[in-house]
Design a protein around this ligand. Structure first.
Ligand SMILES: [Zn+2]
Length: 83
């Protein structure tokens, strides 16, 4: 049995188990979150997919503020004046 991970463009991820001992049928797998065709196969193989992460469970990407290092020009260090 071969275990592979499949990720859809919508962010949903699946784990696929493909058996080499059981005979199955040709087929295709469609993402249950967005409906996009993820995989299709013509060999008579038995495949099973399990949804690992749905789009509803994904973490929201936080907005990253701009780096303060590049926002302002570098300040030149003043040399101490000998008096
Ligand atoms: Zn999808």
């Amino acid at each position: 049995m071969i275990i592979t991970d499949v990720t859809c463009e919508c962010g949903a991820s699946y784990r696929c188990a493909e058996s080499h001992t059981l005979s199955g049928t040709a087929g295709e797998f469609v993402c249950v979150c967005c409906g996009e065709l993820l995989e299709s196969w013509t060999e008579p193989r038995e495949r099973a997919y399990r949804l690992v992460t749905s789009t509803e469970r994904l973490y929201a990407h936080p907005k990253v503020p701009p780096s303060p290092l590049h926002a302002s020009p570098p300040v030149a260090a003043e040399a101490p004046v000998a008096g």
